[in-house]
Design a protein around this ligand. Structure first.
Ligand SMILES: Nc1nc2c(ncn2[C@@H]2O[C@H](COP(=O)(O)OP(=O)(O)OP(=O)(O)O)[C@@H](O)[C@H]2O)c(=O)[nH]1
Length: 617
C-alpha cells in the first residue's frame, strides 16, 4: 500500500466508469450485461452461462432479475488504456424499483435499454426518470435490432418525444447476436464521466446492499464516495454508531476478489466479522473511527410497503426460526418490514409488508428455500385508513383488525395514478377493465400514431390483486403499466368474515367494496368448498358481514379415504407426488376442528371474473 502514490490513485480514478443498466422488463438488460462480461473476458467462455448476474436460483428459474448485482469489469479501450467498469444490473419489475434507485445512487451513468420492436414502455419511463432524478448521464441503447419487427428509427423518435432525450446517436445493439457491443463499450468510456470523489477526504462509503454469510458475517456492499478503506481500518456505521475492524475488502468480478483497498469511486464489498445484523443498514454511511467524516451521505428514502400479509410457520415451534430468517432476509432486502402478530386461527406469526405481490411471492419462496421453513401465508391486504366516531385515525394492515361498523366514521383506501401504455386498438379493452376495477379516467396521450398512454386513478387493492394479469390478457400482452401512489380516498368498504363450522376464522377475513360483497362472498365460499378437504363430519362454510350471512355452502363428510392411493406405476412420478403430498400436508393448518390448506388463505384473491376468465368467457 505504501508505495502507491496519490497521483497513481488519481490516475486510476480517471479510468473508472460506474454505470447501471435500466430498462422495461424483458428489453434485454441481463443479456447485454452477459455480452459485456463476455467481450471483456471477465468470465472465461467455458464458464459463461445466460443471465450470469442473476445469481439466485429463483431469478434463473423465472428469468427475471430480482436483486441488483454489481460487478467489476476491465476493458482495454481503443485509446490503449484499460478502464475499470462497475456494472450494476437492476431488476425491471415495478415491485423492485427500490433496487433500481439504490443502484443508481452508486453510479454516474445509466445505459437505457429500449427494445427495438416494442419501443418505450411504462417502466422504461419510470426507470429513466429515476436515473434523471439521480443526475446520471444517460446513454440510450436500442436492443434487439435483429428482430424482423425492429424499427430503430421509430424507437429513436419515441425516446426523443416521450422521454425528451437526444437519441440521434443511440447505440444500435443486438445482444443476442453480439452486434454493437464493441461500440457500446467505447461509448461507456467516452460518454460516462469518471467519479470525482476526493481521495484525501475522510472515508464516506454508502452501503447499498448486504448479505449474511455464515462464516464471514455480514458482507457489506458499498460505493466509496470519498477517501480510502482497507483491511485493518477501524470503521464506524454513521447512523447506528457500530464500530468494526475491517477484515477484507474486494470487488465482485463476478466472483469475490480480494483487494488491498477500495477508494473513492470504487464499488465493492467489505467484511468485518459483523455478526449483529441489526447494525448494518442499506443507506448508512461507513466512515473511519480515527478520521471520521462530519456528516453521513444522504441515505435512501424509506420504502413504504404496499401490501401486508400474515406469515405463520406451519409448525408453531418454528416461530423463532421465522423471526431469524426474516431478520437475515431484511439485510438483503431493505424493503421488507415485519412485526409480530397473533391469529386465533394460526397462532404466532408476523405481519409482513411487501412492495407488491411479486415481492411477496419472492420473499415467501426465499424463506422456504433459503431457510427451510414451511409457511402458511394469509391473503395480502393493502393498508386502510379508518377514522373512528371518536376521531381516532387507525391504519389497518390486517382486515381482522377493522373496528365494528358502528365505530367507523370513515374508511379510506389507497389509490394509485397509473400509466398504461398500449397500442390504439386495445384502448377500449383497457378502459373497460379499468372501469370494472373502479378506476377513474384521468387523461390520454398519444405516444406516436398508433400507441397511447392511458392514465387512470385506480384503487391499489385492485391493482395488486390481479389487474396486471388481466391487463396483459385483455391486450394480448401489449400493455405495460407503471404507477405511483396518489393518496387515500374514501370508499364504501366492508369486512367479510368467513366462518368454518360456525367459527370465525380471523385469518380469512378480507375487506371489499360493498357493491361486490355479495358476489365475492359467494365466489369465496364455493372456492373454499373445493379447496378444503372433506372430513368425517359436514362443515358449513359461511361468509358474513357482521351477523348477516351473505353466502353459505357445505363441505360434505367423506365416505372413504381417497388420499392414500396414487394411481401411477412410474416410481419417479410416484415419489414426486408423495413429496408434493408431504409438502402440502406441512402447509395445512388445523383451524379449530377443520384442517385448512394454504390455498384456502389465498382463495380471497379469486374474484368472480377470474372464474369467467378461467372458463374462457
Ligand atoms: N431477438 C433478440 N432477443 C433478445 C435480445 N436481447 C435479449 N433478448 C431476449 O429477450 C428476453 C429478455 O432478455 P433479458 O436480458 O432477460 O431481459 P431483462 O431486461 O434483463 O429482463 P429482467 O431482468 O427480467 O428485467 C430473453 O428471452 C432474451 O433472450 C436481442 O438482441 N435479440
Amino acid at each position: 500500500m505504501a508505495e502507491i502514490t496519490l497521483a497513481a490513485l488519481q490516475e486510476r480514478q480517471k479510468h473508472i466508469r460506474n454505470f447501471s443498466i435500466v430498462a422495461h422488463i424483458d428489453h434485454g438488460k441481463s443479456t447485454i450485461a452477459d455480452r459485456i462480461l463476455e467481450q471483456t473476458q471477465t468470465v472465461a467462455e467455458r464458464d459463461m452461462q445466460n443471465q450470469l448476474l442473476d445469481t439466485m436460483d429463483l431469478e434463473r428459474e423465472r428469468g427475471i432479475t430480482i436483486k441488483l448485482n454489481a460487478v467489476e469489469v476491465h476493458y482495454k479501450a481503443n485509446d490503449g488504456e484499460t478502464y475499470i467498469f462497475h456494472l450494476i444490473d437492476t431488476p425491471g419489475h415495478v415491485d423492485f424499483s427500490y433496487e433500481v434507485s439504490r443502484s443508481l445512487a452508486a453510479a454516474e451513468g445509466a445505459i437505457l435499454v429500449v427494445d427495438a420492436a416494442q419501443g418505450v414502455e411504462a417502466q422504461t419511463l419510470a426507470n429513466v426518470y429515476l436515473a434523471i432524478d439521480n443526475d446520471l448521464e444517460i446513454l440510450p441503447v436500442i436492443n434487439k435490432i435483429d428482430l424482423p419487427a425492429a424499427d430503430p428509427d421509430k424507437v429513436k423518435g419515441e425516446i426523443e418525444d416521450v422521454i425528451g432525450l437526444d437519441a440521434s446517436d443511440a447505440v444500435l445493439v443486438s445482444a443476442k447476436q453480439g452486434i454493437g457491443i464493441p461500440e457500446l463499450l467505447e461509448r461507456i468510456v467516452s460518454d460516462f464521466p469518471a467519479p470525482d470523489g476526493d481521495l484525501e477526504a475522510p472515508l464516506r462509503a454508502l452501503i447499498f446492499d448486504s448479505q449474511y454469510d455464515a462464516y464471514r458475517g455480514v458482507v457489506v456492499n458499498l460505493r466509496v464516495r470519498e477517501g480510502i478503506v482497507k483491511p485493518g481500518d477501524r470503521v464506524k456505521m454513521m447512523n447506528t454508531g457500530a464500530e468494526y475492524e475491517v477484515t477484507e475488502v474486494g470487488v465482485m468480478s463476478p466472483d469475490a476478489q480480494k483487494r488491498d483497498y477500495l477508494m473513492a469511486g470504487d464499488v465493492g464489498y467489505l467484511t468485518a466479522s459483523i455478526k449483529d445484523i441489526q447494525t448494518t443498514h442499506s443507506g448508512d454511511t461507513v466512515t473511519l473511527v480515527d478520521n471520521p467524516a462530519d456528516e453521513p451521505l444522504p441515505g435512501y428514502q424509506p420504502m413504504t410497503p404496499m401490501v401486508y400479509s400474515g406469515l405463520y410457520p406451519s409448525d408453531n415451534a418454528k416461530y423463532g426460526d421465522l423471526r431469524e430468517a426474516l431478520e437475515k432476509l431484511q439485510l438483503n432486502d431493505a424493503a421488507l418490514t415485519f412485526e409480530p402478530e397473533t391469529s386465533q386461527a394460526l397462532g404466532f406469526g408476523y405481519r409482513v409488508g411487501f412492495l407488491g405481490l411479486l415481492h411477496m411471492d419472492v420473499i415467501q419462496e426465499r424463506l422456504e428455500r433459503e431457510f427451510d421453513l414451511d409457511l402458511v401465508t394469509t391473503a395480502p391486504s393493502v393498508t386502510y385508513r379508518v377514522t373512528t366516531v371518536d376521531g381516532e385515525v387507525l391504519m389497518i394492515e390486517n382486515p381482522s383488525e377493522l373496528p365494528e361498523s358502528q365505530q367507523i366514521k370513515l374508511i379510506e383506501e389507497p389509490f394509485i395514478h397509473g400509466n398504461i401504455m398500449v397500442p390504439n386498438e386495445y384502448v377500449g379493452a383497457v378502459m373497460e377493465l379499468a372501469q370494472r376495477k373502479r378506476g377513474e379516467f384521468d387523461t390520454m396521450e398519444y405516444l406516436d400514431e398508433n400507441r397511447v398512454n392511458v392514465k387512470y386513478y385506480l384503487p391499489l387493492s385492485e391493482i395488486i390483486f390481479n389487474f396486471f394479469d388481466k391487463l396483459k390478457s385483455s391486450t394480448r400482452g401489449y400493455a405495460s403499466l407503471d404507477y405511483e401512489i396518489d393518496g387515500y380516498r374514501p370508499a364504501n368498504l366492508v369486512k367479510i368474515d368467513i366462518l368454518l363450522n360456525s367459527e370465525k376464522v380471523d385469518a380469512l377475513s378480507f375487506i371489499v367494496h360493498r357493491d361486490f360483497a355479495a358476489e365475492r362472498g359467494r365466489v369465496i365460499t364455493s372456492k373454499l368448498k373445493e379447496i378444503i378437504p372433506r372430513q368425517n363430519f359436514e362443515i358449513p362454510v359461511q361468509a358474513a358481514i357482521g351477523n348477516k350471512i351473505l353466502a353459505r355452502t357445505n363441505i360434505k363428510a367423506y365416505r372413504k379415504d381417497v388420499t392414500s392411493k396414487i394411481h401411477t406405476g412410474d416410481p419417479d412420478r410416484r415419489a414426486k407426488l408423495l413429496d408434493k403430498q408431504k409438502r402440502g400436508k406441512a402447509r395445512m393448518k388445523a383451524v379449530g376442528t377443520v384442517t385448512v390448506p394454504q390455498e384456502a388463505f389465498m382463495a380471497v384473491l379469486q374474484t368472480d371474473d377470474d372464474e369467467k376468465y378461467a372458463r374462457g368467457n
